[in-house]
Design a protein around this ligand. Structure first.
Ligand SMILES: [Fe+2]
Length: 492
């Protein structure tokens, strides 16, 4: 695995200091103009999934810029990934967009928004267990083979698949420490990795480490255990509290710590740039090709200012790292059982066990059952209070307000529900009441429309005609907004 990765990584050109962006939010060409006006042209742009025609158009508009691809909808942590229709469709779309951008890599969160037939609006991290790491490695190897075959057909250089360590939104689940999980994946697959500095902060915050160690100490230990030699790209994005600030905790040095979560539109806190400096000085970081600020949904003026500061502080260091003579590849520390796990596919029993664990995971995060009733699952060191924050605050917010405010989407239906004394938050329980057959293409906005129609017609039959009319209007407006180069996803 190491030599295949090393060979692929060696072929990737240095990308430099870039931005991870969205085609529309903010308008990408407007952003590039603003950066050029400020003499701050980025070395590369990593563009989030849009339509293939939008990516082709961007390629034409920005002919001299390196463009890379941030995929979405490839749920490679999940047991169904290789055989599902949505998996196959997602892979085909990703290949088309990689080709459109002429991207050197395919970055994807090592996370999912669909699990055991249940859909979520934002990413959930994988189960951090040995079995789950093996499943992920198997799926990522499949994904890479599909990307390679497609590139061969198109006669282009194949992109390297990168897995990004996802954020924790208040909790993590499983007993395998996160660096060990990624070590187990890279022991079995030749993928690269993306290390997101804000995500790393959330691991410190929501695995309980903040109560025992200072951030620098935690990061030093984490980075020593993490497969740093596989890190191709580093991301830095904003962090913010969800809504009203909660009462903050107290860390080992007596300072209050906020309940920050990943928030690309929010300012990047200074603590993350200090953490970036620590990461860049780690001797294991031998394959780095690019460092990007992730700035979708952020105001252009703030992006320009942050990119300026970022370049001033890190430009020379990063360029020197990317253009130094490649050191001898560091021999990765293999996990003790790596040799026996290598290339060993999951048996059907193991896959069934993992599927069952993911059903339990859904139960854990969506219901108020206590942990003892859910077998074989543990928190990754955080507190039950933090899991409850996800269940009671984040999840309802995601379904009622995020990716489409229900009150704005369905004003007449919401009025009818209020008149019939049907509380809107009942929608959350209905959403998770049963697993659904596989969706062809994950689209949270369209999913939300379909489910809300079901909910409203069932909870308030007199509102049936109203909700169907409003739903049809929304779908029509959405189709129109997505032509000719529209996006079909909400990023988080
Ligand atoms: Fe990221």
């Amino acid at each position: 695995m190491k030599s295949e990765f090393t060979e692929r990584a060696h072929r990737l050109p240095a990308h430099g200091l870039g931005l991870s962006v969205d085609v529309y939010s903010p308008d990408l060409l407007e952003l590039v103009r603003a950066l050029r006006d400020a003499a701050l042209e980025p070395d590369y742009l990593e563009i989030f999934k849009a339509t293939t025609s939008a990516q082709q158009w961007m390629r034409q508009q920005l002919p001299d810029l390196k463009l890379t691809y941030h995929g979405e909808g490839l749920w490679s942590t999940q047991p169904e990934f290789c055989r599902s229709g949505s998996g196959r469709q997602g892979v085909a779309e990703a290949c088309a967009q990689l080709a459109a951008l002429r991207s050197a890599w395919l970055n994807h969160e090592c996370a999912t928004k669909q699990m055991a037939g249940y859909a979520f609006g934002t990413y959930l991290p994988p189960l951090y267990t040995e079995l789950s790491a093996r499943m992920t490695a198997e799926n990522v190897a499949y994904l890479q083979s599909q990307v390679d075959q497609d590139a061969h057909r198109r006669e282009i250089d194949p992109a390297l698949v990168l897995l990004e360590m996802p954020p924790l939104t208040y909790f993590g689940c499983g007993a395998l420490p996160i660096p060990d999980f990624f070590r187990a994946v890279t022991d079995q697959a030749s993928c690269g990795l993306v290390l997101d500095i804000g995500h790393l902060w959330t691991v410190y915050r929501y695995t309980g480490s903040w109560q025992r160690q200072r951030l620098e100490e935690f990061a030093a230990q984490f980075l020593d255990a993490f497969p740093m030699e596989r890190v191709i790209e580093i991301h830095v994005a904003g962090l913010a509290e969800l809504t009203i600030p909660h009462a903050s905790g107290i860390d080992a040095s007596g300072n209050a710590l906020p309940y920050w979560i990943d928030a690309h539109g929010a300012p990047i806190p200074g603590v993350l740039f200090d953490l970036l400096a620590q990461v860049l000085s780690h001797p294991g970081l031998t394959s780095l090709k690019g460092v990007a600020l992730e700035v979708d949904t952020k105001p252009i003026a703030m992006i320009v200012e942050e990119f300026k500061q970022f370049r001033e502080r890190f430009g020379t260091t990063v360029q020197a790292m990317l253009h130094r003579d490649s050191p001898a590849p560091v021999q990765p520390q293999r996990s003790p059982n790596a040799r026996s796990a290598e290339r060993r596919q999951l048996t059907s029993e193991e896959e069934a066990t993992l599927q069952q664990q993911y059903r339990h995971y859904v139960q854990l995060v969506t219901t108020q059952d206590d942990l003892s009733s859910i077998r074989n699952l543990s928190l990754l060191g955080g507190s039950l209070d933090d899991l409850n924050r996800y269940r009671e605050t984040y999840l309802p917010h995601e379904l009622l307000h995020w990716g489409g405010e229900l009150q704005d989407m369905f004003p007449d239906t919401c009025r009818a529900l209020t008149e019939s004394d049907v509380p809107l938050d009942r929608f959350v329980a209905v959403w998770f009441s049963k697993p659904r057959p596989e969706q062809d293409d994950y689209d949270f906005f369209l999913l939300k429309i379909d489910r809300f129609v079901e909910f409203a017609t069932h909870a308030c039959p007199t509102a049936a005609m109203i909700v169907m009319r409003e739903a049809e209007e929304l779908r029509a407006a959405y189709r129109q907004a997505n032509e000719p180069i529209g996006s079909s996803r909400v990023r988080a």
